[in-house]
Design a protein around this ligand. Structure first.
Ligand SMILES: [Zn+2]
Length: 132
């Protein structure tokens, strides 16, 4: 018997105050990438992002950003990460997908305004993002 997984249509809701913090953090980090952990809750494919955590021991440069996942405490409120792309597109790179963490990955590209933030799932498919 084949087990067919039903595709859950994900929807991400990002609180405006969190968006503002993300955008100013990424501007501050420019021209390097910035990376933050997204806090929130998920229910039936709906992910609400309502907070941020600066990852411990994070390392960033113009084309990479990351942190050792092993230093993270186990926390169910961590729903994903956001990082910036100072140049180029807001599409996740192969490395980004390889380092996927949580349920959703947000990518902000320069010039870091709300029209330049996008949500992706672990397959690199785009996810609906609403600012609330
Ligand atoms: Zn990236």
């Amino acid at each position: 018997m084949l087990f067919k997984k039903k595709k859950i249509e994900r929807q991400v809701f990002l609180e405006r105050k969190v968006l503002d913090s993300i955008l100013s953090y990424c501007q501050m980090k420019h021209p390097n990438e910035g990376i933050l952990i997204l806090k929130g809750k998920s229910k039936q494919g709906n992910i609400v992002i309502n907070g941020l955590v600066i990852p411990p021991f994070n390392y960033t440069g113009p084309t990479f950003a990351g942190f050792p996942h092993s230093f993270l405490p186990f926390d169910m409120s961590y729903v994903g990460i956001v990082h910036s792309h100072p140049s180029g597109s807001a599409k996740p790179s192969v490395t980004d997908l390889h380092n996927f963490f949580g349920l959703v990955s947000l990518i902000v590209k320069s010039p870091y305004d709300e029209n330049n933030i996008f949500a992706w799932d672990s397959n690199g498919d785009s996810v609906n993002l609403s600012i609330v």
